[in-house]
Ligand binder design. Structure first.
Ligand SMILES: [Zn+2]
Length: 274
């Protein structure tokens, strides 16, 4: 099992976005995964605990709020010009612990360039509101409570891809809370592959989305304008990506009779993260 950060990105002037994943979760681990996140100005601490809670894949670190007026708390924006270190501890259902560390940056040597990069990220996010559309990102669960209905401990496989309790992921609920964002997408192209015995239709598309959250293979993208649902196609590097302005995501449209269209999606549900 491997706990690692997959995104540390600067949402100046309000927050740092911190995202993580666990790979190769042992089939015996089932239940509540508890995370504690710490922040420090240096690699060796001292560490300030900034979050502690169960079952999350990301956290928006609002930094240390400073009072600009008596009743108006503002994030400490000086923090955006300094390298920050994060340490994450995960307590597994079995009681064992995983730990990982990562740092924001390294900051570009030229401070002007780091400001340009942040501006490019922000401009890209903003431009999508005009030339893109709203989407919902559903991050697939890769840990949590195993679905008893279909997870076979011996074969370690999901045996019912049409399971309505875990949506074929093997974990109860299937996906984390919806994350609403904006994206631009290509028109889907219809490619028909004719094999010796069968003919299969696939609609491929490419999405351009902001630099966070990091998407991985099998996460879902739902286009809110027409409720078409896509599965992220390509394995996107799960190592932490720095200096990323946007993500280009190849995705495959799921057929209308796919069980995931029964997954009730309410984009107005407030993500418990934020
Ligand atoms: Zn299931």
């Amino acid at each position: 099992m491997n706990l690692q950060f997959t995104r540390l990105t600067n949402l100046a002037p309000t927050a740092h976005f911190v995202q993580w994943t666990i790979s190769n979760v042992a089939p015996t681990e089932s239940g509540v995964f508890h995370f504690t996140l710490y922040r420090s100005g240096g690699p060796d601490g001292p560490w300030d605990q900034i979050f502690s809670g169960p079952d999350q894949y990301a956290y928006k670190d609002q930094l240390n709020a400073v009072a600009s007026t008596f009743d108006n708390l503002q994030p400490n924006s000086l923090r955006f010009f300094q390298e920050l270190h994060y340490r994450l501890v995960c307590r597994l259902p079995s009681g064992a612990e995983l730990e990982t560390k990562a740092e924001t940056g390294p900051l570009p040597v030229d401070r002007k360039m780091s400001q340009f990069m942040r501006k490019a990220q922000r401009d890209f996010r903003l431009s999508l509101k005009f030339n893109g559309g709203r989407i919902v990102v559903l991050k697939k669960k890769r840990w949590g409570e195993r679905c008893l209905k279909c997870f076979d401990k011996r074969s370690k496989e999901v045996v019912r891809p049409n399971c309505g309790a875990c949506w074929g992921t093997g974990f109860v609920g299937g996906y984390w809370a919806p994350f609403v964002t904006y994206a631009r997408s290509t028109g889907t192209s219809n490619t028909t592959a004719i094999g010796p015995n069968q003919k299969s239709d696939a609609n491929d598309g490419t999405f351009w989305i902001p630099d966070y959250p990091t998407l991985e293979r099998d996460d879902l993208i739902v286009r809110l304008s027409d409720n078409r649902r896509f599965r992220v196609d390509q394995q996107i590097e799960t190592q932490i990506q720095l200096n990323c302005v946007h993500q280009e995501i190849p995705a495959q449209e799921l057929p209308r009779d796919h069980i995931i269209y029964q997954y009730a999606l309410n984009p107005d549900t407030i993500d418990p993260l934020y």
